[in-house]
Design a protein around this ligand. Structure first.
Ligand code: AMP
Ligand code: MG
Length: 479
């Protein structure tokens, strides 16, 4: 009745990659928010999902028809240290085949303990699950590849973190949950055949164009690097700080995954960190490209047995791909930043133009999003950036640069309007929405979600959503 059409291709992998695991039923499920566009895209019946049976399915109390619940095994480097992980609180119901024939993982996050839970309770709290809902939807609206959120359902049970919190389950929709950590798991705990099965599966699911190629494992490495380069450039361009770029949170599909202590930067500062446990700034804004490359080096390492029978030659192949990858990251970043300045062609001096602007933003304590917005609409009143030493001279050079491209300034304006969002999920707006929602008032969150749906809309009535947060934001890993 609810429209599920579930398949289970992941389960065809060798048994070591998963454990059968039912969700643990909860006391009294109650849907807090249901994402209609996502539901419709998946081919689900929204009316049925809104009913009591729908909530029971979305929380894991009642299995949707055709579901075969499993927890996935994976490993990963957390803050640089390798460890065995796995879905400790997430349960995969299966892969929904949409009316258009696409395949999406349907995962319940917070659905109870699994064999990979270690000392965790298998549960999640309402605030962090709504946070993932809001930020992932914002990322989607910004045009950035991301997992999405179908629903958040309260469990009617308490979860204990530092204090007693309302329990909830997030229904996450992803192209897949294959991670760099899944490959690390295979390389560490499986045989070569297990690793090959996983790589072939990833190729078939995410990179079908190179699926049959003889050189397919090397090409898999290359393509995963390319998608990460594209993804991280997009993060940098909107000031998104993921917060926990461990290798288990790096998706093979190239989607942004696992929203924990993430947030958008207000004042431009490469050292920006939001996670309260990232004491050394390992995952700071400015480190994200190099950390992604580090994670990809771990991916390459895991793939070595498939790249060549001779270890030395395999290492050389991997190194060649990684070094092209570093260049790809730089090019993607340059392209994203050029677009923010309205530049649609390339000149050698562009990088200097970009880095000088960023340096002025940093020295003047300018807001990242609002500064680019001001450059887009040509409104500099009261802008910190405009007070920076050298800004007037920089602006002149920038305008001359725009005039040297086909279409001149008009083209620049067009490019900038679609590259510079007017609204991002500001931390104080997200916090205010979560606070109200946890008190039972959903209206603040719903308004925020509506505004975020038109990130590039530049609508005057959204102006008060572009105010930076006043106090520095800390988000907690007690997710
Ligand atoms: P994350 O920080 O969300 O990427 O999670 C890191 C690892 O901890 C994953 O293996 C999670 O499944 C596991 N984990 C996080 N929270 C819990 C929890 N409450 N209970 C069990 N496992 C958890
Ligand atoms: Mg994770």
């Amino acid at each position: 009745m609810t429209g599920w059409n579930l398949e289970h291709s992941y389960k065809e992998l060798p048994q070591l990659f998963f454990s059968h695991q039912y969700p643990t039923p909860v006391r009294s499920p109650e849907t807090v928010i249901l994402n209609e566009p996502v539901g419709l895209h998946l081919g689900l019946n929204i009316e049925a999902l809104r009913g009591p049976d729908g909530a029971a399915e979305l929380v894991g109390n009642k299995l949707p028809p055709g579901a075969i619940p499993i927890a996935q095994a994976y490993a990963g480097h957390q803050y640089g240290h390798f460890t065995m992980l796995g879905d400790g609180r997430a349960i995969l119901l299966g892969e929904q085949i949409t009316p258009a024939g696409q395949r999406f993982d349907i995962q319940l996050k917070g659905a109870g303990k699994t064999p990979y839970s270690r000392r965790g309770d298998g549960r999640a709290a309402l605030g962090p699950m709504l946070r993932e809902y809001i930020i992932s939807e914002a990322m989607y609206e910004l045009g950035i590849p991301t997992t999405r959120s179908l629903a958040v359902v309260k469990t009617g049970e308490t979860v204990w973190r530092e204090t007693a919190l309302t329990g909830a389950v997030l229904v996450r929709v992803a192209e897949s949950h294959l991670r760099v950590g899944t490959f690390q798991f295979a390389a560490q705990y499986g045989h070569r055949a297990d690793l090959a099965a996983l790589a072939d599966y990833a190729l078939h699911r995410h990179y079908p164009r190179i699926d049959g190629s003889e050189d397919r494992y090397r090409l898999l490495l290359r393509e995963v690097i390319a998608r990460q380069a594209a993804l991280i450039a997009r993060w940098q361009a909107v000031g998104f700080v993921h917060g926990v770029m461990n290798t288990d949170n790096t998706a093979i599909s190239g989607e942004t995954i696992d929203y924990g202590p993430c947030a958008f930067m207000d004042t431009y500062d490469p050292a920006t960190v939001f996670s309260s446990i990232d004491h050394h700034g390992r995952y700071a804004y400015g480190n994200q490209p190099s950390i992604a490359l580090w994670n990809l080096a771990r991916f390459a390492e895991a793939l070595l047995p498939l790249l060549h029978n001779d270890r030395q030659q395999a290492v050389e192949l991997a190194q060649a791909e990684l070094s092209c990858g570093a260049d790809m990251f730089r090019q993607r970043w340059l392209a994203a930043m050029r677009a923010k300045l309205g530049l649609s062609n390339e000149e050698p001096e562009d990088e200097a133009l970009i880095t000088q602007l960023l340096a002025m933003m940093q020295s003047s304590g300018a807001d990242f999003t609002n500064s680019f917005l001001a450059l887009t609409v040509g409104q500099f009143d009261g802008l910190a950036l405009a007070e920076a030493t050298g800004f007037a001279e920089w602006r002149e050079r920038w305008q001359l640069r725009q005039e040297r491209q086909a279409g001149g300034k008009a083209e620049a304006e067009r490019v900038m309007l679609s590259a510079n969002p007017a609204v991002i999920p500001r931390n104080h707006r997200v916090e205010e929405a979560l606070e109200a929602a946890c008190q039972g008032d959903l209206s603040v969150m719903e308004r925020l979600l509506r505004v975020l749906r038109t990130s590039y809309g530049h609508a005057p009535e959204h102006a008060n959503y572009s105010e930076p947060s006043e106090k520095p934001c800390r988000t907690f890993c007690g997710t």
